[in-house]
Design a protein around this ligand. Structure first.
Ligand SMILES: [Zn+2]
Ligand SMILES: [Zn+2]
Length: 288
């Protein structure tokens, strides 16, 4: 053990705490915020519930506890990224942001992650991997927002591998990304993740046939949980459509549950209270 070893252990320990705080924070804020909003707008929520079955207390417990394990695995992966930065293998842009370049970076990262997720997810459904790697996530037949991180260890590591792999690749071809672009990518990822597991169709009627119909809805991923062998995509419908894996009744199931945009005074008041509460929580977390 050299004299530098304790300093390195200290540094890694600090990185681990920072990474766990960030990953735990974004999970709790995103899943908590959407749960609170859906609970406060209960009439709105019940009209849009996708399944008749309701998640049990055991479902919530399993989803939450295994998400805590995922937070640890995500933090370990974040440390690998930090070590790649320290060793010069990964470059992250700091300083003044060129917003046009920033936008391209965020979109490129989201599109690349969508492709990565589709193929990784199909791989996890292969019979040689499913039981060991992905069965745990599918124990949530009626998912809740808390299922967002409910993964077996192997799946959590596979999910987390995208960010360091992507950053290594773009750094190798001299196209590094802004730190803030990574932050927005991660915020978008958790938001879409909890929406996909919300169990309630939050997109308005007509969405799947509209100009943004290629953006996946809650019904899209909910059908994957209730039926399993279709809708492997994450953010977009492209890969499922190209590979013939979209659920044959996706449109009909969406139409059966989605409602037109109609906001009542009480729902608007509840949403305002919830948004205000969320702002207070975010402020408290940021200050802490
Ligand atoms: Zn799956
Ligand atoms: Zn899922």
């Amino acid at each position: 053990m050299t004299t530098e070893t304790p300093a390195l252990i200290d540094r890694i320990g600090q990185h681990m705490i920072n990474a766990m705080t960030f990953d735990l924070g974004r999970y709790l804020i995103a899943a908590g915020a959407i749960s609170l909003l859906l609970w406060l707008a209960s009439k709105w929520t019940e009209a849009r519930r996708i399944q008749n079955r309701k998640a049990s207390f055991e479902d919530y417990k399993r989803e939450f506890l295994s998400s805590m394990r995922t937070v640890v695995i995500f933090a370990l992966t974040t440390i690998s990224t930090v070590l790649f930065v320290e060793s010069g293998w990964v470059t992250i842009l700091e300083g003044d942001i060129n917003w046009a370049v920033f936008s391209v970076q965020v979109i490129a990262m989201i599109v690349a992650h969508d492709a990565y997720f589709y193929w990784m997810h199909r791989g996890l459904h292969h019979k040689s991997l499913f039981r060991m790697a992905h069965l745990h996530h599918h124990k949530s037949r009626t998912p809740t927002p808390w299922a967002a991180y409910s993964f077996a260890t192997f799946e959590a590591a596979s999910e987390a591998a995208f960010v360091p792999a992507y950053l290594l690749l773009v750094s190798a071809i001299s196209a590094p990304v802004y730190g803030f672009a990574i932050f927005i990518f991660l915020a978008h990822m958790i938001l879409r993740n909890v929406i996909g597991h919300a169990g309630v169709e939050i997109f308005p009627a007509g969405w799947t046939k509209g100009i943004f119909g290629w953006i996946t809805t809650t019904t899209h991923h909910d059908l994957h949980h209730s039926q399993g062998s279709s809708n492997f995509g994450l953010y977009f419908t492209w890969w499922d459509r190209m590979m013939g894996t979209e659920h044959p009744q996706y449109q009909e199931r969406f139409d059966a549950v989605a409602q037109p945009i109609r906001i009542s005074v009480s729902a608007a008041a509840n949403a305002s209270i919830a948004a205000f509460s969320i702002l207070i929580v975010i402020n408290a977390v940021t200050i802490a």
